[in-house]
Design a protein around this ligand. Structure first.
Ligand code: IPD
Ligand code: CA
Ligand code: CA
Length: 269
C-alpha cells in the first residue's frame, strides 16, 4: 500500500487544529470545568474525552489504521503496519489550571514514527516533523540549541506530586542535575517539552513518561539535530517501553547522561 505521508500530515494538522478549537472552548472557562481523577495526581476532564473522540473520528474516517489514545481503549486497524498514537490533551493539569497544554499525534509504521505533531492551541504553535524531512514550527525549520556552555543549559522535566511513590528518585534526580546548569523548567506537557528542545527553548529534557506523550516530540528532536536515549544511553528498543527519556542537544545530553545514570531507580534492564 502506497501512502502519501505529506498529505497524511496535512490531515493530522487540520485535525489537531479542530481539536485545538474544541479544547479552547473548555479552556476559556477553566475555573468551571469539572475535574475527574484517574489516580493520584492524574486528572481528566470532558475536554480530554471530547478531544480524543473528535481526533478518532477524523483520523479513522480517512485512515482506518489502529489507534492508541490516552482516554479510550485502543482500536485495531485494517493493516498491521500503521498505528496512530494520540494524546488529546497533554498537560491536563496545566489545562485545568488555565496554563498552556498541547495536542499530540504520531503516526507509527512498524517500529518507526513516520510523522508527528505537537500543537499548542493557546499560543497557536504547530510543531510538525516527518522522518528525514526536518522539524518545523508554524512551517519554519527548527534546530536544537547549539550551546555547549553548562552554565547556559536550560533543562525541562516533570515532577510527580501525590504519585511520588511511582517515581522513586525524582527529587534526588532533580537535585543531581540542578547545579551548575543555568535553569530548570517544568513545562507541564511532555510533548511540549520535547518541542521546546527541538526549537531551542530548552537545551534538554528528561522524564519518565508514556511513549504516547513523546512519540511525536522525539521525532521533532531527532529531526532538529538532537539526541534521544534513555537515562543509560540506550535506544528506542528500551525507552519506548520504559519511558525513561533524555532528549537534548549534544552537550546537554552528555551532561544529563552523566548526572542521571546513578540516581535510583537503578537501571531496570
Ligand atoms: C502528563 C504530562 C506531564 C508529564 C506527565 C504526563 P497528561 O500527561 O505530559 O507534563 O509530567 O508524565 O503523564 O496526563 O497531562 O496527558
Ligand atoms: Ca500525556
Ligand atoms: Ca492526556
Amino acid at each position: 500500500m502506497t501512502v502519501d505521508y505529506a498529505t497524511v500530515l496535512d490531515h493530522m494538522v487540520a485535525t489537531a487544529r479542530e481539536a485545538g478549537a474544541l479544547t479552547l472552548e473548555h479552556f476559556q472557562r477553566f475555573r468551571d470545568i469539572e475535574i475527574g481523577i484517574k489516580g493520584p495526581g492524574d486528572f481528566v476532564s470532558d475536554a480530554d474525552r471530547d478531544s480524543e473522540t473528535l481526533i478518532r473520528e477524523r483520523l479513522l474516517g480517512r485512515y482506518p489504521w489502529g489507534l492508541t489514545g490516552e482516554e479510550f481503549a485502543p482500536v485495531e486497524g485494517s493493516d498491521d503496519d500503521h498505528r496512530w498514537l494520540v494524546d488529546p490533551i497533554d498537560g491536563t493539569t496545566n489545562f485545568l489550571f488555565g496554563q498552556h497544554y498541547t495536542i499530540t499525534i504520531a503516526l507509527r509504521r512498524g517500529n518507526e514514527t513516520i510523522c508527528g505533531l505537537v500543537y499548542n492551541p493557546v499560543a497557536d504553535e504547530m510543531f510538525t516533523a516527518m522522518k528525514g524531512e526536518g522539524a518545523y514550527l508554524n512551517r519554519v525549520r527548527q534546530r536544537v540549541s547549539a550551546s555547549t556552555d553548562v552554565a547556559l543549559m536550560c533543562v525541562g522535566t516533570g515532577l510527580p506530586t501525590p504519585n511520588l511513590s511511582l517515581y522513586p528518585g525524582a527529587y534526588q534526580r532533580l537535585d543531581e542535575i540542578r547545579a551548575p546548569i543555568g535553569a530548570v523548567r517544568v513545562v507541564g506537557s511532555a510533548a511540549n517539552s520535547c518541542a521546546y528542545v527541538a526549537c531551542g527553548r530548552l537545551t534538554g529534557y528528561y522524564e519518565e513518561t508514556g511513549f504516547i506523550d513523546t512519540a511525536a516530540g522525539i521525532l521533532l528532536v531527532q529531526e532538529a539535530g538532537g539526541i534521544v536515549t534513555d537515562w543509560w544511553g540506550r535506544g528506542p528498543e528500551v525507552y519506548e517501553k520504559t519511558g525513561t527519556l533524555i532528549v537534548a542537544n549534544p552537550a546537554t545530553h552528555a551532561y544529563l547522561l552523566e548526572r542521571l545514570r546513578d540516581v535510583p531507580p537503578k537501571d531496570p534492564a
